[in-house]
Design a protein around this ligand. Structure first.
Ligand code: PTJ
Length: 249
């Protein structure tokens, strides 16, 4: 579909088109299109920009990943459909391998997502040769070299049940989720309330800059970070945005 650049919702329409194409190519499940709609709604009432609380979380996430011994970036269908290239760059800059980990699991889709990421020269784990204990969904199936042994895991667009179990298994979890009220958002150590299409490019820039920081400085960023406060600010931002819009009427 041709979307004219002058259209007031150009970026949103282009993103939808990208996801719809990824669905047609077998990367994204129909449930992923629905999940995106929920995300769009939250993005709309957050003003469709990376807010200060998102930037702070993105910087803390990058610091945590640089400090980690085995950071891993989990990739599902939506993440691959929207930011395959960018997430591969982030993986490279942070030396954090990608692992295909999907909720609606099929071997065919795991293979397609891995191939899509490999087009961008990413290191991709997807052997499915280990299991995360305590998790019932297909997301329990992981790669022994990746999420299984990771100390920090970045989980974009999570489905809710996994974050808690990853934490119970001693891992620190960074979520990207536009919904500051979700269980994942509340369970994660760092919650990035931002659109994945903005969060990942922001994180690439922060990673390039922060790679030269000393350990102490990075540790300070992580220690100072307060996720509950970040979520409170995100919820307040939504309230303020809605109030200002109602005031305009
Ligand atoms: O590829 P699979 O099989 O692993 O399935 C992926 C989906 C997304 C279908 C699965 O993980 C799922 O069902 O997720 P949920 O429970 O709908 O949660 C997705 C969360 O991501 C929701 O809180 C959405 O608000 C949020 N979200 C959706 N789109 C974006 C987003 N957050 C950031 N950026 C987005 N573009």
């Amino acid at each position: 579909m041709h979307v004219p650049q002058s259209h007031p919702r150009y970026h949103s329409l282009i993103t939808r088109e990208k996801l719809a194409q990824a669905f047609r190519n077998g990367l994204v499940v129909p449930e992923g299109l629905i999940a995106h709609g929920r995300g769009e709604c939250f993005d709309y009432i957050l003003g469709e920009e990376s807010r200060d609380f998102a930037i702070e979380a993105e910087r803390a996430a990058v610091a945590m990943m640089i400090l980690a011994n085995h950071p891993v970036i989990s990739v599902n269908g939506n993440a691959a459909g929207l930011v395959a290239e960018e997430i591969s760059r982030l993986s490279e800059v942070l030396s954090a391998p990608l692992e295909v980990n999907i909720f609606h699991r099929s071997e065919e889709r795991v293979k397609r997502i891995a191939e899509e990421l490999e087009k961008h020269d990413a290191i991709v784990y997807c052997r499915g040769d280990a299991v995360i204990e305590g998790l019932e969904s297909a997301r329990r199936i992981v790669d022994r070299r990746g999420i299984y042994r990771a100390d920090v895991v970045l989980v974009p667009l999570e489905d809710g049940d996994r974050c808690e179990i990853l934490k119970r298994n001693g891992k620190r979890v960074i979520a990207i989720d536009l919904n500051p009220l979700s269980r994942t958002s509340r369970m994660a150590d760092v919650t990035i309330v931002d659109n994945i299409t903005r969060a990942v490019p922001n994180m690439i820039e922060f990673a390039k800059e922060m790679k030269d920081y000393g350990m102490e400085e990075l540790e300070k960023i992580v220690l100072r970070y307060d996720n509950r406060e970040i979520l409170r600010r995100a919820i307040k931002a939504i309230i303020e945005y809605l109030e200002s819009r109602s005031g305009e009427l």
